[in-house]
Design a protein around this ligand. Structure first.
Ligand code: SIN
Ligand code: FE2
Length: 226
């Protein structure tokens, strides 16, 4: 009879506990991290601040240079906002929908972005742009690189709110394989350094309802654009 040393009921219990409570921090690349629940302590301040931003700069569906209307609705806050239209992708200090500057980045957004970058080993991150994406069930984001920023020495800090998403984290070529990373309300992903230009995207969002945000997922990406 084969002795299966070490595989005792106690070992199975240990694995069961680990499965129930995944680690708070997961490394998904040499300089890429998932910080589970990192935004939760700030949530009571984040959601009202988000609402104030949205009152000033509502979500809108933008068109890509190729003429495709994005399924994700977006807006921005901070000194620069990211826009796309038939003429291309760019950062602009002005919201093209209103002709006004983008709403200021709320202090609590800045606190979160700085702290998450620091926790992932990127010191002194001072974002000047926060893109805000809204996904309703069925919305997705195709694989892309974040490369419209001037200095790729700064990381991207991405915050997930609302219903879950399956984030895809790829390599440096579009055709590289992707890791599937489930993201939940309050999770933060940070990627930078040698990982800064890795392809990433979001699979079509599955129908679900979040107690605070309803049938939607909201994502913030903080960048240093200029
Ligand atoms: C993005 O890549 O701009 C958004 C990523 C996400 O929604 O998680
Ligand atoms: Fe992106």
């Amino acid at each position: 009879m084969i002795q299966r040393k070490g595989i005792t009921p106690a070992t199975f219990d240990l694995f069961a506990d680990e499965a129930a409570q995944p680690p708070a921090t997961e490394q998904i690349g040499p300089r890429s991290w998932v910080l589970r629940g990192f935004a939760l302590p700030l949530m009571a301040r984040l959601l009202p601040a988000l609402e104030a931003v949205l009152n000033q700069a509502p979500f809108r569906h933008m068109v890509t240079p190729g003429g495709y209307t994005m399924s994700v609705a977006l807006t921005s806050c901070g000194q620069y906002g990211w826009t796309t239209d038939r003429s291309g992708y760019k950062y602009s200090p002005v919201d093209p929908a209103t002709g006004q500057p983008w709403p200021d980045m709320p202090e609590v957004f800045l606190e979160l972005a700085r702290a998450a970058a620091e926790a992932a080993g990127f010191h002194g991150f001072e974002p000047d742009a926060c893109l805000i994406n809204r996904y309703i069930p069925g919305a997705k984001m195709s694989l892309h690189q974040d490369k419209d920023e001037r200095d790729h020495g700064w990381p991207v800090v991405s915050v997930s709110l609302g219903i879950p998403a399956m984030f895809l984290f790829g390599g440096h070529a579009r055709s590289d394989g992707t890791q599937r990373v489930p993201l939940f309300h309050g999770d933060v992903v940070v990627w930078g350094g040698e990982d800064r230009l890795r392809y990433h995207g979001v699979m079509p969002i599955r129908q679900a309802e979040h107690p605070q945000l309803g049938e939607q997922r909201i994502n913030f990406t903080f960048r240093k654009a200029r």
